[in-house]
Ligand binder design. Structure first.
Ligand SMILES: [Zn+2]
Ligand SMILES: [Zn+2]
Length: 374
């Protein structure tokens, strides 16, 4: 069986057992089995359902990590929820596991290789769960990969640097005061407060030279009597910026508006951060190796230096929480349509081999790069 056939065989197996965040039990067992058979020392149930494989040359050198996400997305079909690998994490696993086999087969002469099969990327919690176990602590450089939708990279093209956006979700609970509908002056109408907050949020501005967006994504209020003043509203907001520093500023402004608008009406506002995901931080040193590895595989015409996307990726937590870690993230063009998170998402499987070759070369060149050892 050649490499392309092997990738597809692994992909087919994983594609048939899609499992959502922190439920990747069969997926994890399958990955652990492949790694063990290839000669890796395997840890299971890392940070929940994560799997980590270690290959040690027993010689000095850097620890190079390859990370794949594992979870699928859930879709509603009638009254059932079904899992579908609509974000391509099955393809990422197939690539990383094939690279792992190739590395073990050809052997390494220095350092260590760690294969990180990370759960729960889609809910933004998997990377943090793995970081908390300390399993990332000895890694010097870590690489990730994602299939790119067609508008970012086509078949035969590979992106050297994917800039994932910083994303934050906020929830605000507004408490007013109820009163009889005939006596609105005795109440504080939470719907009025909420509307005012939405309008003020829409009038907020950030530096137009930076990428940012801010949307109200939820507005729920009490469903009380039609002749009573409503005392409760819940609002949700989705904040995105291309730079992490801009996110801090945007968050501050949004919270300021919510609190002060509520106060203006005499209402109370509680704001809670429901989730966040940092944006990408670049490592110029790794970028040179990545560019070389991509050019070797698809030539200079296939190399795309960078792409910015408004999507978040929890891989960025590794860098945010371990700033000394060197990270690189590659985008693989594969004629992917209609788009990620679309249940009909499909791509050109013949392009997956490019992902394998680029990551394999990157691991070898990083192992031999003495600068990467702490
Ligand atoms: Zn996704
Ligand atoms: Zn994804």
């Amino acid at each position: 069986m050649n490499l392309s056939e092997r990738i597809n065989e692994i992909w087919k197996q994983l594609h048939s057992i899609p499992e959502p965040a922190f439920c990747e039990f069969k997926t994890a067992a399958f990955a652990a089995n492949i790694l063990r058979q290839a000669g890796y020392e395997v840890c299971e149930e890392v940070g929940g359902t994560g799997v980590v494989g270690l290959l040690d040359s027993k010689k000095d050198g850097p620890v190079v990590g390859l990370r794949s996400d594992m979870d699928c997305l859930l879709f509603t079909e009638g009254d059932k929820k079904i899992g579908i690998h609509a974000c391509g994490h099955d393809a990422h696993m197939a690539i990383v596991l094939t690279v792992a086999e190739l590395i073990a087969k050809k052997g390494i002469t220095c350092g260590k290789v760690k294969i990180i099969m990370q759960p729960a990327e889609e809910i933004g919690c998997g990377a943090k769960a793995l970081l908390a176990t300390g399993i990332i602590d000895d890694i010097d450089c870590l690489f990730g990969l994602h299939l790119m939708p067609e508008d970012l990279a086509s078949s035969g093209q590979i992106v050297a640097q994917v800039h994932w956006t910083a994303a934050t979700l906020l929830e605000a609970k507004i408490t007013g005061r109820t009163a009889h509908g005939s006596m609105p002056h005795l109440g504080i109408n939470a719907i009025d407060v909420g509307c005012s907050i939405v309008n003020s949020i829409n009038a907020l501005h950030m530096n137009p030279l930076e990428g940012w967006s801010l949307k109200t994504t939820r507005f729920r209020t009490g469903e009380g009597a039609l002749n009573a003043i409503c005392d409760f509203a819940e609002l949700g907001f989705d904040l995105r910026t291309t730079k992490n520093s801009e996110m801090e500023l945007l968050k501050k402004k949004v919270i300021h508006i919510i609190k002060n608008t509520a106060e203006l009406y005499g209402a109370k506002a509680e704001v809670e951060q429901i989730g966040d995901c940092p944006g990408s931080e670049d490592d110029p040193e790794l970028l040179e190796l990545i560019k070389k590895s991509i050019t070797n595989e698809v030539g200079s015409t296939g190399l795309i230096l960078e792409r910015t996307t408004t999507v978040g990726e929890d891989f960025n937590f590794y860098k945010q929480l371990r700033p000394e870690l060197k990270t690189g993230f590659i985008g693989l063009g594969c004629a992917l349509t209609p788009g990620l998170h679309d249940r009909n998402m499909h791509f050109n499987h013949a392009d997956l081999i490019h992902g394998v070759n680029v990551l394999y070369n990157l691991v070898l060149s990083s192992l031999n790069c003495k600068n990467f050892k702490k």
